[in-house]
Design a protein around this ligand. Structure first.
Ligand code: F6R
Length: 612
């Protein structure tokens, strides 16, 4: 069972460098183990290693892997079966003819072992993918397309498969169902990949494989077949996802590069939503009539950081639009009673557009007849495609596993949505909406300014935080939602145990963990609750905490109990968390750097979580 990225090439000459290079770009999908198989003059060469693609690349060089004209590669995020060399893909059929790389979940693997495949079959790995390799050999009677067709019809679940057969050394085969897989023609050959960004500029004509469709690729062209193996004609797709780049804009890590790209991400995202100083009814936003006459409930559903943007928006929408709005974790929502109906607007937020739980929650919402809106960064992704309506964030490619610029771009769309709903509901006047929109337009520049003004204090503090093993982030209302994001950033990349709390909740138990020198980072950007949060900061300071306050310049003349203050530029209350998050991102970045962590690829994680 794997989440993972796959790539394949049918070319002329040595395909190994292109496959390794593509795998490096696909590592955002998982980096527990990697492997390749190529077919050359003397049959197969295959190398598999636990660990990252760099380790695979070294192993390929060390064993002087023979070149080949066709090849497949895989980078894995392990779910079932440890990330060992043995469980790394490609997997081979028992007769050694077929090799397979797979992204997805074959749900009936055990059933197929019992009911279809011979009883005495010996499996070389603990993975479900092995079963696909065994099935191919089982069904093969000289026609690979027929064997692939029978195999894909036997499989249940989701899969994107890259397949080689030693009887056809110059041909690459592929098939997909509910897991992303693209095929493309390029100048140096033809390709398959989970994400064509991995192939780069060479991919010219791009096709998407769905519904168990099969592709047969040679260096000169691609033929497509339906699930029954009948030839079909497919149209190209436009995949404006940006190329996956290994460039970091001169920065040491993608994460820092992407933090610095936030002003552009926010600007590019909001400009298409604004005209003549006002938020427009973007085609993705619900119709005016629905908002005015029917809308009585909003549910924002997402995972991780995307869920945190939902928490900010839920608070804002209730306050500014007077509509019942809650943010829900997708993995919970999909199994909940989900009290939604045709008068509910459900909003699904996802950078990748492929997160399994968010996608399942979207399908549930559609079943219940709710209106669905997706806020997604990747065009052509499953969530963008399946939702009734979509607004794209324009953050560009995000490569660091810990999201930063996509988070900021998601918030920007949610601000625009809130203002649109508030205007249509009549809870703000057009003039007030115009004033907020003007401030929203100033936000990108203020984010840029924040990266500059906080940098000295942040680097100084990070040196101290790097030596700690526990810390807390607290805040109220919007600041509480942003504190959750700050805390997640810190723990996921620095591995420091960090917890976020609604500031007023700390004293109901958790404050017992505060000791001499425990860092407590308080966010206080909201006028109405500023003094309340500061009061909570006094409480932890009295118990020995090292207190850090993140606030706006306009509050600096107030009284507070902070050992260190980080001030961000002034803005309107609804947008302040977009500035406050920047020092928290930078604090986690520099803290992790001081601890020598693998910042762009934190342990145990993957960028795109395509399994439940
Ligand atoms: C944390 C992070 C994750 C993602 C989450 C949802 O830095 O990046 O928590 O936000 O896995 O992913 P998407 O947005 O792709 O649905």
């Amino acid at each position: 069972m794997t989440m993972c990225g796959i790539i394949g090439k049918a070319g002329d000459g040595n395909v190994i460098p292109d496959i390794i290079n593509g795998l490096k770009k696909l590592e955002y999908r998982g980096y527990d183990s990697a492997g390749i198989a190529v077919l050359g003059e003397n049959g197969y060469s295959s190398v598999k290693t636990a660990g990252k693609v760099d380790a695979l690349s070294e192993a390929v060089t060390a064993c002087r892997c023979a070149p080949g004209d066709t090849g497949i590669g895989h980078t894995r995020w392990a779910t079932h079966g440890a990330p060992t060399d043995r469980n790394a893909h490609p997997h081979f059929s028992p007769d050694g003819k077929f090799s397979v790389v797979h992204n997805g979940i074959i749900e009936n693997a055990s059933e197929l072992k019992k009911s279809v495949l011979p009883e005495d079959e010996v499996y070389a790995s603990e993975t479900d993918t092995g079963v696909a390799a065994h099935l191919l050999a089982f069904y093969y009677q000289g026609d690979v397309i027929e064997a692939v067709s029978k195999t894909v019809n036997a499989l249940k679940g989701s899969f994107a498969l890259g397949i080689l057969c030693s009887d056809c050394p110059e041909t690459l085969f592929a098939a997909a169902c509910a897991s992303p897989l693209f095929a493309a023609k390029g100048q140096s050959g033809t390709f398959i990949a989970s994400d064509m960004g991995a192939v780069g500029e060479d991919a010219k004509e791009i096709y998407k494989l769905t519904n168990r469709e099969i592709a047969r690729l040679t260096k000169d062209g691609i033929a497509f077949f339906d699930a029954d193996g009948k030839p079909i004609v497919k149209n190209t797709v436009s995949v404006q996802v940006g190329r996956l780049s290994l460039e970091k804009g001169g920065f040491e890590h993608y994460m820092l590069y992407e933090i610095m790209q936030q002003p552009d991400a926010v600007r590019d995202t909001i400009l298409p939503l604004i005209k003549d100083g006002h938020i427009i009814r973007h085609e993705g936003f619900p119709e005016r009539e629905f908002v005015r006459e029917r809308l009585n409930k909003i549910r924002i559903i997402a995972c991780g950081s995307a869920y945190h943007t939902g928490l900010v928006a839920a608070s804002l929408i209730e306050q500014y639009c007077g509509v019942d709005c809650r943010a829900e974790v997708a993995s919970e929502f999909r199994y909940s009673a989900a009290l939604i109906d045709e008068n509910t607007l459900t909003v699904f937020i996802s950078q990748s557009g492929e997160t399994a739980d968010t996608l399942a929650a979207l399908r549930l919402a559609k079943e219940k007849g709710a209106k669905t809106l997706a806020i997604v960064n990747i065009e052509g992704s499953a969530i963008a495609t399946e939702s009734d309506a979509v607004v794209f964030t324009r953050a560009g490619r995000e490569t660091a596993v810990a999201t930063t610029k996509a988070y900021s771009a998601q918030l920007a769309v949610l601000y625009a949505l809130t203002l649109y709903l508030a205007r249509e509901k009549g809870t703000v006047t057009e003039e007030q909406e115009g004033a907020y929109t003007a401030e929203l337009l100033r936000l990108p520049e203020k984010i840029r300014l924040t990266t500059e003004t906080v940098s000295e204090t942040v680097t100084e503090l990070a040196a101290m935080l790097a030596k700690k093993e526990d810390m807390f982030f607290i805040g109220r209302l919007l600041d509480s939602a942003a504190a959750m994001e700050g805390s997640l950033k810190m723990k996921e990349i620095s591995y420091i145990n960090s917890q976020a709390y609604a500031a007023g909740e700390l004293k109901h138990g958790t404050i017992s963990l505060v000791e001499e020198g425990t860092p407590v980072i308080a966010l206080a950007t909201q006028e109405d609750v500023f003094t309340k949060t500061v009061a909570n900061l006094y409480e932890v300071k009295a118990r020995g905490a090292y207190t850090i306050l993140i606030t706006e310049e306009k509050f600096l003349n107030r009284e507070f109990a902070a050992d260190k203050v980080i001030a961000v530029p002034d803005t309107a209350d609804p947008f302040a968390v977009s500035l406050a998050v920047v020092p928290m991102q930078l604090l986690s970045y520099y803290t992790a750097k001081n601890r020598g962590c693998d910042i762009d690829k934190p342990k145990n994680l993957a960028k795109s979580v395509t399994v439940e």
